[in-house]
Design a protein around this ligand. Sequence first.
Ligand code: HEC
Ligand code: HEC
Length: 264
Amino acid sequence: MTGRTVMIGSIVALASSLLLARAHPFGDARLDETPQQLQPIMQHASIPNAVRTTLESKCIDCHSIQPRLPFYARLAPISWLVERDIVEGRKAMNLSQWNSYSTDEQDAFREKILLETRSHKMPLPQYRLIHRGSIVTTPEIDAIARWVDDSSTPDPGTLNQEVSIAADAARGKDVFQHRCTGCHSLDQNREGPHLRGVYGREAGSVTGFDYSTALKQSHIHWDEHSLERWLTDPDAFVAGNNMDFHVVKPQERADVIAFLKTMP
Ligand code: HEC
Ligand code: HEC
């Protein structure tokens, strides 16, 4: 091929790609209608500036209503894939609509933001490939972890509050789904061991799961008392364990323990 045909070929490819960009086979993010100004996200939310900056620089392309997109995102077929991620991302969590989420939903999203960044599932790998430096760094993850911790700390009036109503397995199921399934499932080992039958089990005894030595050698028998201490502060209970998580509210601990008890 001569240089000239290659050049004509490229021009044709570019032109048809621009035309194809008008099609939306994987979902239409309505980029043409989005405001041309960067909209502030999470207005009125109490969020440390460092965390806001992380979310604004690394997440809002897919998790908010705003238009900042690189030029190649307007070329098919890249635009189709980018649009699909935006449509799906916004559906999963829209930071422009933070205030419309209930406090419980906001709690759950904060936890998920921590899980997704800590495990480097977010931002999506294909996005990190194009946006060099969009991987979330350890100091950023630490700041997110502090934000999650501070936000879920109950106010001083409720800090020493006892469990006010009887533990309830149905509510506990909700707690389990919101708080635990990021790492655990009932029947499969994931980042944490499977939890069906954990009540009454010896700590560290699921075969095929790679426990910390600390938990394996703890000789703990899981019952109401030990689960309560574990979920309150795993590090204080078993120093050197691998569960990087705790449940702040006594009522939620009681409820989730009641739920686990019903899963033999
Ligand atoms: C390239 C687009 C893109 C970017 C950038 C991106 N996400 Fe996502 N995100 C998605 C998509 C698509 C989904 C839904 C599908 C999935 O979970 O993989 C999602 C899902 C999520 C969820 C899960 C919500 C749920 O209900 O399970 C959280 C939390 C999240 N993203 C946080 C983040 C954070 C924090 C960042 C920035 C550090 C980020 N995302 C950057 C596309 C993106
Ligand atoms: C961030 C991930 C993560 C989350 C979220 C999490 N866990 Fe864990 N969990 C782990 C890991 C990892 C271990 C294994 C710890 C070790 O080996 O030291 C574990 C171990 C446990 C154990 C001990 C099981 C055994 O076989 O000895 C229990 C009980 C437990 N988790 C309960 C829960 C409950 C209940 C929740 C939700 C309220 C929860 N965890 C949320 C990661 C998590």
